[in-house]
Design a protein around this ligand. Sequence first.
Ligand code: ADP
Ligand code: MG
Length: 347
Amino acid sequence: MVNDQASTPPAEVVRLEGVRKGYRTPAGWVDALRGVDLGVARGTIQGVIGFSGSGKSTLVRCLARLEQPDAGRVLVGGDDLAVLDGDALREARRKIGMVFQSYNLLRSATVAENVALPLSLAGASAGEGRKRALEILRWVGLAERADSYPGQLSGGQRQRVAIARGLVARPELLLTDEPTSALDPETTATVLDLLRRVRDELGLTILLVTHEMSSVRALCDRVAVLDAGQVVEEGAARDVLLRPRSAAARRLLSPREAGPAWSPPAGSSAARLSLQFLGPVTGEPLLWEVGHRFGVTVNVLAGEIDRTTATPYGSFVVDVTGSGEALAGAVDHLRGRGVEVSRLEAA
Ligand code: ADP
Ligand code: MG
């Protein structure tokens, strides 16, 4: 037996320590990142969520060293990207693939040429690049579009091409900045499924930047909440979704209910509620149960259940009618079962 601890891959693929980045703008100095600390474990899908302007894209650009942070360490696979340059930086960057919201595909190049681009830039021959491009295009289900041009593809297909390009050089880490924000919900699901396969079948670590809680819910193992350039909350995705501690996470979860957890006032007799279920409770007849037990009427206006992910979830909009006391009992009961309840404005 050899003690080969030295060659054991680090449990963390990414570690950010005290990362700061500011921009000089005509309107003055903007602190985009104000001391970000974050670790990402190998083989996980780490979400980074925050409102527009919270610093998410700056974080991704610093991680890819498309931008030089003003201070802090950016460790990827043990190398500090903040201080490397030249060949060492190019080598370290090879561990990172990137996918952006806007695809960034070359319109005048074919799908296969686009996918092979990172290899051609690294000096691979055209034949070698095409072979590998076709291989990865087959894997994303787009082999038959290899000789099409990006303009001939749908948005979802273009994003799958962009993901193929992000994977072509066999990175360890895939950075994705709002990869689904330009897509409709159905196409979004396809792209999120593909990202899940990237982790499950290729074993990559993924950093998914998004402003959509639904993407975190569908895909992420862990999530960091970015607010005004700082990580204000980080934890297992299900914990943050069910019990958000930061004001930013609460607002991202239920944009219509920025305040503290709502409880029905004593005199009320009807409320329109948004209910979010996560985990095994999704399969239980909870709505029937509260109706029965508290004597309230529950009318489901909209809802969806997704059992395709490791953590099934349900999301419903319901009108609940009954005495104030019964309503309060029903809401408490649902919350006690781990359902996130927030009030919506009645239509
Ligand atoms: P997000 O991706 O979460 O929307 P960004 O990282 O794009 O956030 O932006 C964070 C802050 O930094 C914003 O105030 C934005 O205006 C500013 N910012 C981002 N990039 C630049 C830049 N290249 N030049 C000047 N200001 C920038
Ligand atoms: Mg952004």
